[in-house]
Design a protein. Structure first.
Length: 314
């Protein structure tokens, strides 16, 4: 770990473990320490890929070699690792912002709940940096965004389910203000052309995250601002319903309530007949009992398939 980032990480871990403790001491004079929220996890990034960011040509060179190989699994790994490293850069920036947060100087006006949220956020940033720095240090954010965009699309058109899901969840990849207007237009055109097809395939698989995204698209009211999605056909309503219903059955409790409330609004929209809804509900329940009963609940709002390891997903 680099000396500069190590100092940031050490300071942030100290703050993360101590902010609630300091607030409680200021509030009631007790000596009760807050539970430590620091996490230490060994990196699971492939050892033969470590240091790619600092090799000549960096990730761009590695990506071109991967693309030429035609190995879909390697292309999928390329987009996930690029996304990992973008998350790493975001975590480093988040750590710096938290260290500069003036509230750290005087915690007396903060609530316990606010401090707990700050501690959790600090611990999350520390976990990501500790986990990914060995692989991502020295990488260029603009290069990462381009690799993510290109590898993601390449894997998606080759039919990889994770890539298709992430293509839809991430949307047109922002290249951090570095891309030309023509590049941005080409990226958006790519999504206009392929979003409908990838959505159909994901809904046929009853992908929980794409299903919930499709449901939100039906329920979102126009805000008066033009969007690239304006020209994309709406998802199949029956597949949207049955996928979202199955997603609700698999989701965390609070998320299930959220999806159920959206489904209730969908009924009022009149896009489906009562028979359609009854049939889709029966399919979702049968599929849940056959394939997912007994499994743990999933976070349907977390882009788990878009990172190299599930625990990295925000």
């Amino acid at each position: 770990m680099g000396r500069h980032t190590y100092k940031i990480l050490a300071a942030l871990l100290l703050l993360a473990g101590g902010s609630t403790y300091l607030w409680v001491r200021q509030g009631d004079g007790s000596n009760r320490p807050a539970p430590s929220q620091a996490v230490s996890v060994e990196s699971e990034q492939s050892s033969d890929a470590s240091g790619i960011a600092e090799q000549p040509g960096g990730l761009a060179h590695h990506w071109e070699a991967t693309r030429a190989s035609g190995d879909v699994d390697a292309i999928v790994l390329a987009f996930k690792q690029a996304n990992d490293c973008l998350l790493y850069h975001a975590a480093v920036n988040g750590m710096r912002s938290m260290l500069e947060d003036e509230r750290r100087g005087d915690l007396s006006n903060e609530t316990v709940e606010t401090l707990r949220m700050m501690d959790a956020e600090s611990a999350r940033y520390a976990f990501v940096v500790e986990r990914l720095e060995g692989f991502c240090k020295g990488s260029d954010k603009r290069q990462l965004a381009r690799v993510l965009s290109n590898a993601l699309f390449e894997a998606a058109v080759r039919g990889n389910p994770d890539a298709q899901t992430c293509f839809l969840l991430i949307g047109p990849t922002p290249w951090l203000g570095s891309r030309l207007i023509t590049e941005e237009a080409a990226e958006i055109e790519r999504h206009i052309q392929h979003t409908s097809g990838f959505t159909q395939q994901a809904l046929q698989r009853a992908d929980p995250r794409v299903s919930v995204q499709a449901l939100h698209r039906y329920m979102n009211t126009p805000n008066g601002h033009a969007s690239w999605t304006d020209t994309v056909p709406m998802p199949d309503p029956v597949l949207t319903w049955r996928g979202a219903r199955l997603a609700a059955l698999r989701a965390l409790p609070d998320q299930r309530a959220d999806v159920e409330s959206l489904l209730a609004l969908f009924v009022k929209a009149g896009a489906l007949s009562p028979a359609d809804i009854q049939s889709a509900d029966r399919w979702a329940q049968d599929t849940f009992e056959r394939q997912f009963r007994g499994e743990g609940a999933i976070n349907v709002y977390s882009a788990v398939p878009c990172y190299s390891s599930p625990e990295l997903a925000p």
